[in-house]
Design a protein around this ligand. Structure first.
Ligand SMILES: [Fe+2]
Length: 280
């Protein structure tokens, strides 16, 4: 499949960024982040026979989209570290490519901030990372020791037992290789930025994704009014969904795109506790 064309960034968000602090200037009073929350799921992992283990899943940092975002990220990471996850998976869209509002934090700064986490870490990349420059973002994360899973798998050991992490490319700009999923026997967790890739994945898979920000700007009592392009329906813009025997967990993410505003779609850190497969 040919890669879809990458959208061009607005002039105000052209790479490379030079501000390591993410200063918002005039926009600072209008870009404050709402309080984030911690959301926890528990799932049996097919093929897993070890102890329960936890995966912290952080998505859509869009670092710099909120005021004082580096300090906010440091506080969030301290909470994640205190929860002692067995691994940390990142759902992509690290970059803030908003057309206005400042907060232009380079990928090296973002990857460097994440290094405070002590658990094994891997990331996929999202459409906003593509807009900044895939090689630049991937290079910064790899240089910081964070594995970039762009159609690549990595095995992470939990007390000597391996769990395969399959990272698929972004469904909008990339060319996700669904054939990687289930290609090897054993327990497996799939990560991709855009949950839309779920429609191509086989039965029994578990996919962690972000991208749609739970709608980002919601009106209580109404369904999601708007979300970024994705092949999932708006009703799946957040939470845990079962599609046949597939599990899809969609995080609301932590940052913003388009506007530095979230309403009734609070930012979140997701923790998934994986348990041994139940006996048949
Ligand atoms: Fe995003």
């Amino acid at each position: 499949m040919a890669r879809r064309p990458v959208q061009r960034s607005a002039w105000g968000a052209r790479a490379p960024f030079a501000d390591p602090t993410g200063a918002k200037g005039f926009w600072a009073p209008f870009s404050r982040a709402p309080a984030h929350r911690h959301v926890r799921y528990r799932l049996p992992l097919p093929g897993w026979h070890g102890r329960d283990f936890s995966v912290a899943f952080l998505s859509d940092l869009h670092l710099g989209s909120h005021t004082a975002d580096l300090a906010r990220l440091a506080a969030i990471l301290a909470e994640v570290e205190a929860s002692r996850p067995d691994m940390v998976l990142l759902g992509g869209d690290h970059m803030n490519m908003m057309a206005f509002g400042g907060g232009r934090i380079p990928p090296e700064t973002i990857a460097g901030a994440l290094k405070v986490l002590s658990a094994p870490m891997a990331t996929v990349l999202g459409n906003h990372d593509w807009e900044y420059g895939l090689e630049a973002v991937a290079g910064a994360f790899e240089a910081a020791g964070i594995a970039v899973l762009e159609n690549r798998a990595l095995t992470i050991s939990i007390d000597g037992l391996g769990v395969r992490i399959v990272g698929l490319a972004d469904d909008i700009h990339g060319d996700p290789q669904a054939a990687l999923v289930g290609a090897e026997p054993g327990p497996e967790i799939v990560v991709s930025h855009d949950p839309g890739v779920i429609v191509d994945l086989p039965d029994g898979c578990i996919l962690l994704a972000g991208h749609v920000h739970a709608g980002q700007i919601r009106i209580p009592g109404l369904p999601v009014l708007h979300m970024p392009a994705s092949r999932i329906p708006r009703a799946m813009a957040h939470g845990h969904h079962r599609i046949g025997r597939r599990h899809l967990i969609v995080s609301a993410g932590l940052g913003c795109s388009g506007l530095p505003l979230r309403l009734f779609a609070p930012p979140e850190v997701v923790t998934v506790v994986f348990a041994a497969e139940s006996p048949a």
